[in-house]
Design a protein around this ligand. Structure first.
Ligand code: NAP
Ligand code: F7E
Length: 292
């Protein structure tokens, strides 16, 4: 039976990946950080099926212990400070967790000494102010946030450990993907939650930022399968995962409000400066030919 360690188990992708790997017969270890009240909304259904380990991407010793306790064949590094907006409020913490945290995990694997396969959660935010369309594995990066910049470090350090030490290390350059387990502050869940409140009379407005940004949105359970497939190849490499379609926040609002029979979404949606970003990623559209 294969063993796996998933960092970021309490997040959206971590919990979907645990579901997939349990189905495939893996023994699953999920790494969560210490907090005063445990955040197990996404993992409640996993509590008797996986082993939780406490460790933090900012604490090298804890990562080595997590490896010793799980003795994995594969590590999926999904933990990060993943909210782009918050990365301007906490650029140092974002750099520490989302950037340096990747290096700490790679170092822990190197020190542990077993030939573990490693997956890094890279992001389309690395393309930022896009240099070509659609974006492929060869498109130059131009990140537009402390988050995107930290992800570029994580991406390159993964490549560097592959080339320096011959590690089986892959980066998936994943475009936006969503599910019912998505954190509530991300725009898709903010909108769907807002609509649920409006439909049930609990609220009458959703306040958003830039409605003109365009994203290539996919579905998280499909994307975690792509992560797994990357680690099942003969050699390690980097892959774009995307749908190849792009849609604006306005189009998303249109579809979402129409779904509950409210065609005039403009009357329920306001905009406020406080949700605008200091530098925006206006347009993303990925070319996933290589992965397909
Ligand atoms: P998410 O729901 O925000 O999950 C992030 C996870 O990281 C949570 O479990 C969080 O734990 C954990 N974490 C945060 N700081 C940590 C630390 N210092 N040590 C250990 N764990 C820590 O993110 P997601 O949407 O599932 O995304 C998974 C990964 O893919 C992330 O690396 C994200 O940046 C990247 N990514 C996401 C997308 C997307 O569209 N979803 C696209 C490309 C790349 P708590 O529950 O304790 O906060
Ligand atoms: O914003 C606009 C906002 O926060 C999408 C993360 O998973 O995907 C995600 O990053 C767009 C942006 O996701 C609001 O300005 C308008 O243009 O849902 P989001 P994101 O920033 O694209 C990438 C690939 C990752 O790697 C990240 O980890 O929507 N927008 N009004 C808003 N966004 C939010 N959150 N809230 C608003 O009120």
């Amino acid at each position: 039976m294969k063993r796996v360690l998933i960092t970021g188990i309490t997040g959206m992708d971590g919990s979907h990946l645990a579901d997939l790997l349990l189905e495939k017969g893996y023994e699953v270890y999920g790494m969560e950080r210490r907090s005063s009240s445990k955040n197990r909304t996404n993992t409640e259904h996993l509590k008797d099926k996986i082993t939780f380990l406490t460790a933090d991407l900012t604490d090298q010793g804890s990562l080595l212990r997590a490896l010793k306790d799980s003795n994995p064949d594969e590590v999926y590094n999904l933990a990060s400070q993943s909210f782009v907006y918050a990365s301007w409020e906490m650029p140092e913490q974002t750099g520490d967790v989302t950037g340096l945290g990747v290096m700490r995990m790679l170092e822990a694997i190197r020190e542990y000494g077993k030939p573990i396969k490693f997956y890094q959660a890279s992001s389309s935010e690395m393309f930022g102010k896009v240099q070509e369309t659609p974006q492929t594995e060869d498109t130059p990066f131009y990140p537009r946030s402390p988050y995107g910049i930290a992800k570029v470090y994580g991406h390159w350090i993964t490549k560097n450990y592959r080339e320096s030490y011959g590690m089986f290390a892959c980066s998936g350059i994943l475009f936006n993907h969503e599910s019912e387990r998505r954190g509530i502050e991300f725009v898709t869940r903010k909108i769907s939650d807002g609509i649920a409140q409006i439909s049930t009379g609990l609220s009458n407005k959703i306040i958003l930022g830039n409605l003109d940004a365009k994203r290539d949105w996919g579905y998280s359970p499909d994307y975690v399968e792509a992560m797994w497939l990357m680690l099942q190849q003969d050699t390690s490499d980097d892959y774009v995962i995307s749908t190849g379609e792009t849609h604006s926040i306005r189009e998303f609002l249109d579809v979402a409000f129409n779904y509950v029979g409210l065609p005039n979404w403009e009357q329920f949606v306001g905009q406020d400066e406080r949700y605008m970003r200091p530098a925006e990623v206006d347009y993303l559209c990925g070319d996933s030919t290589k992965a397909r």
